[in-house]
Design a protein around this ligand. Structure first.
Ligand SMILES: Cc1cc2nc3c(=O)[nH]c(=O)nc-3n(C[C@H](O)[C@H](O)[C@H](O)COP(=O)(O)OP(=O)(O)OC[C@H]3O[C@@H](n4cnc5c(N)ncnc54)[C@H](O)[C@@H]3O)c2cc1C
Length: 416
């Protein structure tokens, strides 16, 4: 007979989104169970960069990045066409911290440990295979463990936080709007003596096989442990995206920066894997009668740079607030506030990002933006402020003006 237990909130996925919600809910005194498919081993390489606002979220969850060995990052050197502009992290009131690079496996392990410390039941090697639906309401999930055993767990509410592919979420009816862009990325680790640098490199518009700049970027993130994380991202809005082989693009990008960063591009420490990330709020619905969806499963990654840890942590926080209210009041209609809260926090930013991605998907606007932009330190500073969503309400700086103009255009543009 299958074992059956129950919990207040069942979280499917123990990444940044799931853990952010689980830590908060458990700390509020609710019964929380987190199901995490992996056994805690190192996942494939991601980007490992935590922008300052992501570090703020982690500090708020009780994590100490220095103690975890995070490599503190001052800012980004933006490169294009042989010219580089160093841009410090925006000095905004919203962010108290600097940025950091920390291996994703270490970040996930620390988040899960914190969740256990505040009372959550975190089950590693536990894959949620299907929701349990009773009279139309999601009331739990079936679980398959790594050792081949199975069980079922009941819950009052469920949080879908199973990442970009979100098979569990799709089983509940979520889907990506195909008109909107997604990001295609690949990254790897290499050994380098420059692993403790305090600046990351962001290479704008790396060249495809025909030498044309693509709508995307390459990066070098010094991890601080003797390695660098090197990767590339292309947005699907790039006109010739079908002709881009992302692993070959990674190889040619790695060769182009190898001398500067003192590594051997032929000596990759892990095999790169091609991955897709939905961006810009492109997944819906984000709620059902008894469930919410957070992080990549809800397509929340930043459409300007495809970074998603900050949004995963933030949407996990919002989900926790809404679920806490629903558990306290005992009324699931509270969940209806969640999509509106997401829209209030990110809706306009996502729409401007989608519009920008589409505009820069064509060769001439992209070339013009890159050529003109890289000559101006102020324009590059503005680009970083917009790309990290560190805009200041009511201020009249170049970034704010450019963003407001784009927002006006986005208001009248169709919903992409
Ligand atoms: C190559 C690459 C580089 C990136 N670089 C950066 C970067 O530098 N900075 C940044 O901010 N963002 C980066 N991102 C995006 C970032 O990784 C994601 O936005 C972020 O991880 C989203 O967090 P999440 O918790 O929503 O999903 P995930 O981190 O994907 O976590 C989901 C978890 O759910 C688990 N899971 C899945 N299905 C099940 C199931 N059925 N049952 C149980 N568990 C399940 C998975 O094992 C996983 O641990 C990068 C993405 C890629 C692909």
């Amino acid at each position: 007979m299958t074992e059956r237990s129950s919990t207040d909130v069942l979280v499917v996925g123990g990444g940044p989104a799931g853990c952010s919600a689980a830590i908060r809910l458990a700390a509020m005194g609710h019964q929380v169970t987190v199901l995490e498919r992996s056994g805690g081993e190192s996942p494939v390489a991601r980007g490992d960069l935590l922008v300052p606002a992501a570090v703020d979220e982690l500090v708020d969850l009780g994590l100490n990045l220095n103690a975890l060995g995070g490599n503190a990052i001052t800012g980004s050197r933006l490169w294009h066409g042989g010219r580089s502009v160093p841009v410090r992290w925006p000095d905004t009131r919203s962010s108290q911290s600097g940025g950091a690079v920390l291996r994703r496996s270490d970040l996930n392990a620390a988040l899960r440990k914190r969740a256990v410390a505040v009372g959550a039941d975190v089950r590693l090697g536990a894959r949620a295979t299907a929701p349990t639906v009773e009279r139309g309401f999601v009331r739990g999930a079936s679980i398959e463990y790594r050792d081949g055993s199975a069980s079922e767990i009941g819950c009052r509410f469920l949080l879908v936080a199973d990442g970009a592919n979100s098979r569990f979420g799709r089983g509940l009816g979520t889907h990506r709007d195909r008109r909107w862009p997604y990001a295609i990325s690949a990254s790897t680790y290499v050994a380098s003596e420059r692993s403790t640098d305090s600046w990351i490199e962001t290479s704008l518009g790396p060249s495809d096989a025909n030498g044309h700049p693509v709508t995307g970027h390459g990066w070098v993130h010094p991890v601080g442990d003797g390695t660098l994380n090197v990767g590339v991202t292309v947005l699907s809005s790039y006109r010739d995206v079908r002709g881009v082989n992302i692993v070959k693009l990674l190889d040619s990008f790695a060769r182009s920066v190898a001398q500067r960063w003192q590594f051997d591009p032929a000596e990759r420490l892990v095999e790169p894997v091609r991955r897709r990330t939905p961006v810009g709020g492109s997944v819906s619905p984000t709620m059902g009668a008894t469930f919410l969806v957070a992080g990549d499963a809800a397509g929340m990654a930043n459409p300007f740079n495809s970074h998603g840890v900050r949004a995963a942590l933030a949407t996990g926080r919002t989900a926790a607030d809404v679920l806490n209210e629903a558990l306290t009041v005992g009324n699931s209609t509270t969940l209806q506030r969640y999509p509106a809260l997401l829209d209030e926090a990110l809706g306009r930013y996502h729409k401007v990002g989608r519009l920008t991605a589409r505009f820069l998907g064509r060769p001439w606007p992209l070339r013009t933006a890159l050529t003109v932009g890289i000559r101006s330190d102020a324009a590059m500073g503005a680009a970083v402020r917009i790309a990290t969503n560190e805009l200041r309400d009511g201020e009249a700086g170049g970034a704010e003006r450019a963003y407001r103009l784009a927002a006006i255009i986005a208001r009248f543009a169709p919903s992409w």
